[in-house]
Ligand binder design. Structure first.
Ligand code: NAD
Length: 393
């Protein structure tokens, strides 16, 4: 099958197995070209197939030689439909890990469900004995509550009043004005139900009860803060309410885990092109401006650079983990630097359909977006006939 990108709105409905494998390999090569990390030995990554979770799995395995268990929700190849990028990434990850004799086990299914937690814990018990790092990197539009069966759906809206600002339409590359209506209380609650900390805590509780948390256990979930431009829709929006809940959950669990030399923390990461972030209104326009400024200053980072720095310089650097006044790890330091934000703000005021291609890195965004699905990668022959039905060993 010859596989080409098919883009619908902010998703690409095809993925390229060879391109995805190359993408994973490039991230592995990045980690291997940096000093190894005296880090965790047995790692569980929830949301391990793309974006920040995949990078966390790669840094754990190839930076710290850890055994990894990864959970994700991806679709295998069906008839003429390719598998999702996260499927191909994970098959490739396992192959690369096993080639270096690194233990890697993957679970495809709903991480919110009790039976998935049970299956994963049985494997940990049998194969690893315990876990010393749990990364929680889920991004999902919905969650079925495992006890009540209620289905929560997340929305991306401001919380109190409607919000209007500039946004970019990537189909036409026009800068348009978008107004988002304010969320109802029910929409806020549902978004917290999906992206808040309840499921993270359920995972830690379940692992704890099964005595699978090693002494000194560290667990980290990912959050975002961002600049004033995106505050109304992000930090003060429905997703921000969920992130507040995630952070409160971290504080609560941290008190508990500290008693056994462990930690539960939130890491505030940088805005990046991932399958989830491209769906958030206003963020992509901010992001193409940010990318341009950070590249010009030579400080642009992708998921793998962020997570390598998180492990090597924040969490496993041999000292206490440094956190901000609200108890969060900050690896968004370069994005939030005053000089970077001042320049992005200036560009934001002036950006229009006429100049967006010149003053923003639209080309870089398009390239990164395609890369997520394994397209536009050097040395991949996109004219070649490839087997889309790649399976785990
Ligand atoms: P992503 O879309 O690349 O990855 C999401 C992962 O969750 C995938 O592995 C997917 O398979 C998995 N998943 C989704 N639903 C699932 C389910 N029901 N069961 C099992 N697995 C499921 O997302 P990302 O952008 O890497 O985001 C990960 C975390 O990082 C999120 O909490 C996000 O808010 C946070 N974050 C993202 C950014 C950004 O700009 N992308 C910035 C800061 C923080």
């Amino acid at each position: 099958m010859i596989i080409q990108p098919k883009i619908r709105g902010f998703i690409c409905t095809t993925a390229h197995p060879v391109g995805c494998a190359m993408n994973v390999k490039q991230q592995i090569d990045y980690v291997k070209s940096h000093p190894s990390i005296k880090g965790p030995k047995n790692v569980l990554v929830v949301g391990a197939s793309t974006g920040y979770g995949l990078a966390s799995r790669i840094v754990s395995a190839f930076g710290a030689k850890a055994s990894t268990v990864g959970i994700f929700f991806e679709r295998p190849c069906e008839n003429k439909r390719t598998a999702t990028a996260g499927w191909y990434n994970s098959v490739a990850f396992e192959q690369f890990a096993k080639a270096e004799k690194l233990y890697a086990k993957s679970f495809n299914g709903d991480a919110f469900a009790d039976d998935m937690k049970q299956q994963v814990m049985e494997t940990i018990k049998k194969d690893l004995g315990s876990i010393d790092l749990v990364i929680y990197s889920l991004a999902s539009p919905r969650r079925t509550h495992p006890k009540t069966g209620q289905v929560f759906k997340s929305v991306l809206k401001p919380r109190s009043i409607p919000y209007t600002n500039k946004s970019i339409d990537f189909e036409t590359n026009q800068v348009i004005e978008v107004t988002l209506p304010a969320a109802t209380q029910d929409e806020i609650d549902q978004t917290v139900g999906v992206m808040g900390g309840e499921d993270w805590e359920m995972w830690i509780d379940a692992l704890d009860q099964a005595k699978l948390l090693a002494p000194g256990i560290i667990t980290i979930a990912y959050s975002y803060i961002g600049p004033e431009i995106t505050t109304a829709v992000y930090r003060n929006g429905t997703i921000g309410a969920a992130k507040d809940h995630l952070e409160q959950t971290a504080h609560k669990m941290d008190q508990r885990l500290k008693k056994r030399n462990g930690r539960a923390l939130v890491s505030v990461n940088k805005a990046l092109v991932t399958q989830s972030s491209s769906a958030i209104p206003f963020i992509p326009l901010y992001f193409v401006l940010l990318m341009r400024v950070m590249k010009q200053k030579g400080i642009h980072e992708d998921c793998i650079q962020q997570i390598y720095r998180l492990f090597a310089q924040r969490v496993y650097q041999g000292k206490d983990i440094s956190v901000d006044s609200a108890g969060r790890i900050r690896i968004d330091d370069l994005e939030m630097r005053q000089d970077v934000q001042d320049e992005v703000n200036k560009l934001w005021k002036n950006v229009s359909s006429q100049n967006v291609q010149q003053i923003a890195d639209v080309k870089g965004y398009d390239e990164d977006f395609l890369r997520l699905f394994g397209f536009g990668i050097k040395d991949v022959d996109y004219g070649a006939d490839v087997n889309p039905d790649i399976l785990f060993d």
